[in-house]
Design a protein around this ligand. Sequence first.
Ligand code: PLZ
Length: 448
Amino acid sequence: MSDSTSTSIPQERLIVTEIPGPRSREIHERRRAVVPPGVHSVLPVYIERAHDSIVVDVDGNRIIDVCGGIGVTTIGHTDDAVVAAATEQLNKVTHTLFTMTPYEPYVRVAEYLAKHVPGSTAEQPYKTLLMNSGAEAVENGVKIARKHTGRPGVAVLEHAYHGRTMLTSTMNHKAAPYALGYGPRASDVYKAPNSYPLHDGLSGEEAAKRTIAHLEKVAGAEDLACLVVEPIQGEGGFIVPADGFLPALAAWCRENGIVFIADEVQAGMARTGTVFSIEQFGVEPDIVLSAKGIAGGLPLAGITGRAEIMDKSQPGGLGGTFGGNPVSCAAAVAVFEQIEAQNLLAEAKRIEETFAAGLRKLQAEHDCIAEVRGMGAMLAIELVKPGTLEPDADLVARVIEFAAQRGVLLLSSGVHNQAIRFLPSLKMSDALLRDVVAVLDEAFAGCR
Ligand code: PLZ
């Protein structure tokens, strides 16, 4: 490999200018003239290339990426096998439109997803529709559930995030910035309390009882087409529900003919140590939604559901010009193969062991860290005013800024921006993970 390929990027941080550097600032000025401010960038450092866990900006700074484009480059940036598969497909055919003249990679993606959904058996097969983005996956999951049930209602949980389309922006917990001013909002969306063990202190059973009672009161079970839940809430702050919460909701859905939809857009695709995170909660969902990490950085989303539900839609009722693009599908097949070849489920567990241990050590030393939570390579810390459970969004922002200046890319989360979330690639080495913990340690010492 020549030094100009992304694979030659050393897996170490290196800061050679201030952040953002002069070249990034120059591009940013040009961008401000032609891109509206509604499209915001958390860190306006312009990236030129990337490999595994390092992104390199236009000023030559090497930054440890603990965000992965919000959980997309789960397999690492420019994974060799993914790049090779996508390049090969690019040279064969880039588009026909699956609903005009189909191609095999789409079918291979559907076969893989069907095989890995918990609950899928020969007697109960699952089928898949492919789209482009997480929000489209959610939209289509709701569409399919409505068609199946003949009911209008969509139930979601507080602290949820499902996208930025008209329907999904209504489904999100936060009006600002997602729905504010873009109304009228979608009808028949009902929000119910989630399980947030740090704050509600409820067992899974108690929290589920509260959620169900709320939905029965405000929506009525017989009017609900589906309940859409993130098994671990992503934008909401990596909230892991109390044991038993999700199984109780799934059982209630089954009893009432409500389609249980697991939005695995952020938590899925090997990130938590299983292909789908819902597996770890012992729930067999009716529909699973995937996107983000599924194609190693190329746009692709899957709606995988029980055949009897998926088969209700009439021919032509589902699809879209780019849904299941052949290059994205070829990349996804390579991701699936690499999950096995590189033992990435075990790597997720390794990351949890190394990184969570480091974060817990920080928690013991810094009383502003109320909790370390998450699973696999989906971990977060919640920051509070010491001695209280009051969110400290200012501290979150200061720590993230401090880390960025030292070459560590972090991201906040939570409806009060109370948490810092970590979405490392499954290939991030223990050495890099320890380096991130060391920078955080410095940040907490320096930001108080
Ligand atoms: N469902 C659970 O996490 C996307 C949003 C990034 P799209 N989350 C990251 C941003 O600022 O837009 C997400 C998610 C869950 C759905 C979505 C939506 O996925 O691919 O962004 O449409």
